[in-house]
Design a protein around this ligand. Structure first.
Ligand code: 5AD
Ligand code: SF4
Length: 475
């Protein structure tokens, strides 16, 4: 059997796309290999969001070229595909600079991989169109993947972006905003549950802008879709990412109050705390708009873990602007966050501004911001100590006898437990917050009779409904 190795960079949607490429290639007789050395086909699924992305791809291609030469001496052929957002942005330039590449394919065309691999000339082996045909319709059904994938899976519901924040390449690499139809999503979700998946993470560059015609003929929003997905037997947990503040509507906020399967976690990028910078970024909301949304979300789900993305050093950002970002962070207290130095992306409006900031200013601001975010992350995790929470067990722990998984708040949790609970929702008591995860004591499996659920019910009926306010809704 031929082997394919897919190396994915960047966001979760790339992880999803990588899996779907493997689905396409499985139908062509390829099996996945975790090692690049024994791969007959290597796919680099690239990311273009920040600087040096393209350079990284070219140096990786250099390594692959050496690898290919080694394999060639053993009489083995290696073919190379560059996919993802760098492929979309660079197109034929990749073929020119790196002759080792056989196929260049953008994020909207990878369902055509078999044809592209069979192309007779290099021009025909490039596809960076935004085709009218629906890639999703052309893709084969989801298959069983690697072990962990069968517990928690991504499901792309929306792609592209029409918001045009002035720093961002996404509207150019992923194209216009499109939503997948309800029926297709329900079908894919049911298929995944049939494979044993317990947790679905709905993906989109602007996931809360998703809308589609429901079976009732009405236009559904994400809140409505989440309710419908929660009705599917076997869907234990739902998450969605990434959202834009402007699309946080009442129905979605209400879903956080009403849908027990919807996990108390919200990634809602704000990028900056200064209204002047937010306007220059074309975010079309103010810092106070954001605070008000957070207040409404917290009113709906008081224990929700909030997460965000930040950019420091956007062109023209003053000390006073940056102080506003720090003030927002100190007001909201995020459970987790990603923060970046502004990086000028070719073709985006902000890249052409003349008031770019020096690197050392950006670095100093990033360090200050990250220290505050880290303080809040640790505080959030430490506040979990003593609480009884549910953990979806999706892997073995690092040490022997340990199992691990995710809390409702997306924290990693590890504890000693029998291997048989893989894929189940475990109930645990948090003992301690360590640097990267929570250490816990296993109490039992949620609602199960076969795996010691009875013991759990005796041991912790009271704390489960009381101390664990975070999962009060989830039961
Ligand atoms: N520079 C720095 N960070 C960026 N992001 C997007 N574009 C840029 C850029 N040009 C960050 C934003 C976004 C996250 C996915 O990446 O914070 O939310
Ligand atoms: Fe980029 Fe803004 Fe669209 Fe997010 S909303 S993908 S940051 S343009």
């Amino acid at each position: 059997m031929k082997k394919v190795h897919v190396k994915s960079y960047g966001c979760q949607m790339n992880v999803y796309d990588a899996e779907r490429m493997a689905d396409v290639l499985a139908a062509q007789g390829y099996e996945e290999t975790p090692s690049v050395d024994d791969a007959d086909l290597v796919i680099l699924n690239t990311c273009h969001i920040r600087e040096k992305a393209a350079e990284k791809v070219y140096s990786e291609l250099g390594r692959i070229r050496e690898n290919k030469a080694v394999r060639a001496r053993q009489g083995l052929e290696t073919r190379v595909v560059v996919a993802g957002c760098v492929a979309q942005a660079e197109g034929a330039e990749i073929m020119r600079r790196a002759p080792v590449v056989d196929v260049v394919v953008g994020p909207q065309s990878y369902h055509r991989l078999p044809e592209l691999l069979a192309a007779r000339n290099r021009d025909a082996a490039i596809d960076i169109e935004f085709p009218v045909e629906d890639k999703f319709r052309a893709l084969p059904a989801r298959r069983n993947g690697a072990e962990g994938r069968n517990v928690s899976a991504f499901l792309t519901i929306q792609e592209g972006c029409d918001k045009f924040c002035t720093f961002c390449v996404v509207p150019y690499t992923r194209g216009a905003e499109t939503s997948r139809p309800v029926a297709a999503l329900l079908e894919e979700a049911k298929r995944l549950v049939g494979l044993g998946v317990k947790e679905l993470t709905l993906l989109g560059q602007n996931v809360n802008a998703w809308h589609g015609e429901g079976p009732d003929g009405k236009t559904w929003s994400l809140g409505r879709l989440l309710r419908r997905l929660a009705d599917i037997d076997g869907v234990e947990r739902l998450r969605y990412t990434t959202s834009h503040p402007r699309d946080m509507d009442d129905e979605l906020i209400a879903a956080h109050r009403d849908v027990p399967q919807l996990m108390p976690y919200l990634h809602l990028p704000v990028q900056a705390g200064s209204d002047r910078i937010l306007a220059a970024m074309n975010r079309r909301h103010t810092a106070d708009d954001y605070r008000r949304i957070i207040d409404r979300v917290r009113a709906a789900r008081p224990d929700i873990a909030l997460s965000s993305d930040f950019i420091v050093g956007f062109p023209g950002e003053t000390d006073a602007d940056f102080a506003e970002t720090m003030r927002l962070v100190n007001d909201v207290r995020f459970a987790s966050a990603f923060s970046f130095k502004y990086s000028a992306r070719p073709g985006t409006p902000a890249a052409d501004r003349e008031d770019q900031l020096p690197e050392d200013v950006k670095s100093a601001r990033l360090a200050e911001l990250q220290a505050a975010l880290e303080r809040d992350r640790i505080a959030f995790n430490q506040a979990m100590t003593g609480r009884v929470i549910e953990v979806l067990v999706d892997r073995k722990g690092r040490a022997a006898g340990q199992m691990a998984g995710k809390s409702p708040y997306l924290q990693g949790v590890h504890f000693e437990a029998p291997e048989a609970i893989f894929g189940a929702v475990a109930v645990v008591e948090v003992l301690e917050a360590t640097a990267g995860s929570l250490r816990a004591r296993y109490l039992g499996v949620k609602g199960a009779s076969a795996l010691g659920g009875g013991a759990f019910h005796q041991a912790s009926a009271a704390p489960y409904s009381g101390a664990a306010q975070g999962i009060a809704n989830a039961t």
